[in-house]
Every structure is written in structure tokens, then in C-alpha cells.
Design a protein around this ligand. Structure first.
Ligand code: CS2
Length: 486
């Protein structure tokens, strides 16, 4: 007879020792509030934190806050906060349960509960993985204020958004004398620490307040490929774990965390878990955003246009790896000063190997979403830097043209590609008002000033190249265009 356990505290004695969490669930008092309980946090910072506590102790349990949907909270609560990380690729599947979640919050349902958690003196770090769009910043770092956000910031409406949760939490903390706090942004934003400090200062200003003393905003670079969990991953987790888990996350073996060591209220011993502390986070961050993330986007847009489902499938398009290597060497490398001992080209090779991990089942459409928010951080800086240096980044322009072609909303086969982007309505409206020609589409999109800075929007040579590549992609399709460039 086979007995199927459901992952919860009671099941832990029945699963293999290697799959048990490194800390007993519920045994670590909370010290971190984390906004954004998605798969990435659970496969990255939560895992680092659990190993750090297992190695060196400390009250660093994590209160996981779900911004909108409460589905994940219900699943995790039913499992005593436990979930597992399924590591795939490079051999056998490995499942390991994680027990570091010490409580839950729900921003949409109980925002004041989240504010109270941030103001708790036991909490010394508020970390975040909420994706680019949740910060409501334009590419220049200005807060995009509307009436709803203004009301949230001034206290007239419940603080549901990320800027409002931070502002109300910080002010309540200050009033309670709860001690120093670190705000740790773990999203793929260029200069994430200073950018979030700028956001909090602007948002506090709207609330008529100033940044309290003892709050730090270290810069970080986070890296692990963590796709959406599929039905196949659920099945494989059950097999590898020996128990059913309704909330597993799937990840590649690689994981990396680089950050500035600026934690006035203390921090877990993340170094014992492999995190790197340095004052030069910028080099790592720029290397990762401009190489890994922009190459990811290139695979996603070109692959989606060519009708390929997975990132790993895109890499099998004839000529694409060669094209990406030239993009890295000729356009990206001259704009990045990599950390000591690393070359941009060498780093690029490891990225291409990681992307080829088919077991991840990472869908092109997942990486393709939110292009308006992602491209300024991962691609437009490369183009702007090369233009300033008097050079023309042809490969980067080709990738940008692929996003523009993707934004038209259909694949090369004519099948619909629904634009999943917070600016989707504005993008569609701009396209509807312009002639449906390469020049019309490129002109309409370049004019979106929440995406393109004036220097790029007014760059005639760039515009000409984009029109040329857009036309090629439209006429021949992504697959044939890539093949012809190789
Ligand atoms: C990806 C990232 O979805 C995306 O835009 O490029 O989520 C990527 O997988 C991570 O940054 C890897 O660390």
C-alpha cells in the first residue's frame, strides 16, 4: 500500500532526511517582513535565510506578505507554512522543504496588519520582490503619482500599494521607536537600493514627512531562474519529496546574491549561505541586468514571434546563440565593467548554458511580460551608453525592434500574442492611432515617454535602424531573420 502524505509539520518525519527543512517550522521568531511571496522569493532569499539561521542562529523568521491574491497564503497556511524547492537540471530532481516562513500578511485584505508587522520592533529588515511595476517609478526614478496613491500616502485610503506600505510602516515604526530598519529591494531594477530610497523620500514628502533616522537601503543583485510552477513540476515534486506539496517552487541549481553590507538593525549570516558582500554591487548588477536579463528578453520576444514555447526552444532557433554572443560581445561588453575575475563574454556563456535548461519549462511568454517596465533597466541603458560613446549598437536595436514587433500582438503565424504589460492599454492606443507601417509603429512606441528617455526617442539613426529591423521581422518572420543574420 502506498501512503500519500501532504506536506505539513506532521509529514516531516516521513520524508527523507535530505528533504527536511534545515529549521523546524515555527521555531524561528520573525525578524524580516517580505513583500511579495511569489516563487522567486521562496526559491532565493528564503533559502539563503534558512541556511543562515541553521548555520548561525538568529531571530530571522520571515513574515511573507502576499500583495493581491490570497491563494498562496491559503495553500501555505494549510501546510504549516512549509513548501519545497524542486531543483531541476544537471541530474536528478531534488526537493527540499523550507521552514523559515514564520507568519503571513495580505496587503490587499489587511494592509494595516502589514503596517503593524513592519512597525514591530522585532522586525529589522523589510525586503521586497514585487516586480518592477509595483514601485510606480518612471525610468528617471520619479514616482508616478495618481489620486489613489496620493490618498494612500496621506492616510486617507488604506495603504495597499508598495510605496504606501513602506511609508505608513516607516512612520508607524518611528512613532513607536521601534529601532533601525533595512529596506532591501530584491527586484531587477538598476541601482535598486538608491532608487528605492528615492521612492521612499518622494512618497514621504507627499505624506508631509521625512525619512526617519536609521533606515538603510542597500543595493542588491539577486539571481536564480525560477519559472512558474507547472502541473509537471507538481508531480515531480511529489515524487522527489515523497509527499504532496500544493505550493512548491521550481528552480535551477544556480543561485547568487550580492549585496552591500549596510544593515543598521543587523542581518542573518547570509555569507555562510554563499551570499557575497561588497561595496561594488553596481558592477554585478549591471553585468546581470544587461547580460542575463536582456538576453532573456531577446530569447523571449524572438522565440514568441517564431512560435516557440520555451526559452530553451528559442535557443534552438538556427543562428540565435551566435547572434546573442555578438550582442553580448559587441554591444553589452563595452558598457559594463565586470567585477574582478569575471569577463562579460565568459559570464554570457554561463547564461546561455543556464537558459538551455529545458527541465525548467520556462515559458517565453512569462519572460516577455511587462516589457515596458523591464526594458529600461536591461536594454535601453546599453543603447544609450553606446550612442553616447558615438557607436551604434545594432544587435541591441534588433532586440528592441523584436519587442516592438511583439507589442503588435500577434506571432509570425498570425496567432494572437496577448500583451501582458501594465502599459498595455497605452501601447495599444498609441498603435491604433498610428499607421500600421514599420515607421508608424516604431514612431508611436518611441514616443511613449514613460519607457523611452528623450535622448533615445529623438535619435534619428536609432529610429531608422528600428524601422529597418521591424520591417525585416514583419516581412520574413523572426526565425528567417535570425537565420539570415547568423
Ligand atoms: C527574467 C528574470 O522574467 C524575467 O524577466 O529575465 O526573472 C530572470 O529569470 C531572473 O532575473 C534570473 O535571476
Amino acid at each position: 500500500m502506498t501512503v500519500t502524505y501532504r506536506l505539513d509539520r506532521g509529514a516531516l518525519t516521513s520524508i527523507a532526511a535530505a528533504s527536511r527543512p534545515a529549521v523546524a517550522p515555527g521555531s524561528v521568531r520573525p525578524g524580516i517582513v517580505h513583500l511579495g511571496l511569489g516563487a522567486f522569493h521562496r526559491a532565493h532569499q528564503a533559502v539563503f535565510t534558512e541556511s543562515a539561521v541553521a548555520a548561525s542562529g538568529g531571530d530571522w523568521g520571515i513574515i511573507g506578505v502576499a500583495p493581491r491574491s490570497r491563494e498562496i497564503l491559503d495553500r501555505l497556511r494549510a501546510q504549516d507554512g512549509l513548501y519545497s524547492v524542486l531543483t531541476v537540471g544537471g541530474g536528478e530532481d531534488r526537493a527540499k522543504a523550507v521552514g523559515i516562513l514564520a507568519g503571513f500578511g495580505h496587503a490587499a485584505g489587511d494592509p494595516y496588519g502589514v503596517v503593524a508587522a513592519i512597525a514591530d520592533p522585532g522586525v529589522r529588515i523589510v525586503s521586497m520582490t514585487v516586480t518592477e511595476k509595483a514601485y510606480r517609478l518612471d525610468p528617471a526614478g520619479r514616482l508616478l503619482l495618481d489620486d489613489v496613491l496620493r490618498a494612500e500616502l496621506t492616510g486617507e485610503a488604506p495603504p495597499v500599494s508598495v510605496p504606501a506600505l513602506l511609508v505608513r510602516g516607516l512612520l508607524r515604526r518611528q512613532a513607536a521607536g521601534a529601532g533601525p530598519l533595512t529596506v532591501l529591494c530584491c527586484d531587477n531594477l538598476q541601482g535598486n537600493g538608491p532608487r528605492i530610497r528615492g521612492l521612499v523620500e518622494q512618497a514621504l514628502d507627499v505624506a508631509g514627512a521625512q525619512l526617519p533616522d536609521g533606515v538603510s537601503f542597500p543595493a542588491t543583485m539577486v539571481d536564480r531562474i525560477v519559472p512558474a510552477t507547472s502541473a509537471d513540476h507538481l508531480r515531480r515534486t511529489a515524487l522527489a519529496l515523497g509527499a504532496d506539496d500544493a505550493a512548491p517552487v521550481v528552480a535551477e541549481p544556480f543561485t547568487q546574491w550580492v549585496m552591500q553590507d549596510d544593515f543598521p538593525g543587523g542581518r542573518p549570516d547570509w555569507g555562510s549561505a554563499g551570499a557575497i558582500f561588497t561595496d561594488d554591487v553596481t558592477s554585478w548588477e549591471k553585468l546581470k541586468l544587461r547580460t542575463l536579463n536582456s538576453v532573456h528578453s531577446a530569447c523571449a520576444y524572438l522565440g514568441a514571434l517564431a512560435g516557440r514555447e520555451l526559452i530553451a526552444d528559442s535557443l534552438e532557433l538556427a543562428g540565435l546563440p551566435a547572434l546573442l554572443r555578438r550582442f553580448i560581445a559587441e554591444d553589452i561588453a563595452p558598457t559594463v565593467r565586470p567585477p574582478q575575475g569575471v569577463t562579460v563574454e565568459g559570464y554570457g556563456e554561463t547564461v546561455l548554458e543556464r537558459f538551455a535548461n529545458r527541465e525548467l519549462g520556462h515559458r517565453n511568454l512569462q519572460v516577455a511580460m511587462d516589457g515596458s517596465q523591464k526594458l529600461p533597466h536591461r536594454l535601453l541603458g546599453t543603447i544609450a551608453d553606446r550612442r553616447r560613446a558615438g557607436a551604434f549598437p545594432g544587435w541591441a536595436a534588433f532586440v528592441l525592434a523584436a519587442w516592438m514587433r511583439f507589442a503588435r500582438g500577434y506571432a509570425d503565424s498570425g496567432a494572437a500574442l496577448t500583451l501582458d504589460d501594465p502599459m498595455a492599454d497605452r501601447i495599444r492606443a498609441a498603435l491604433a492611432a498610428a499607421p500600421d507601417t514599420p515607421a508608424g509603429v516604431v514612431g508611436a512606441l518611441l514616443a511613449l515617454d514613460q519607457i523611452f528617455p528623450p535622448a533615445l526617442a529623438g535619435d534619428d539613426e536609432l529610429k531608422r535602424e528600428l524601422i529597418k529591423w521591424y520591417g525585416e521581422l514583419e516581412r520574413h518572420g523572426a526565425e528567417a531573420t535570425v537565420r539570415s543574420l547568423a
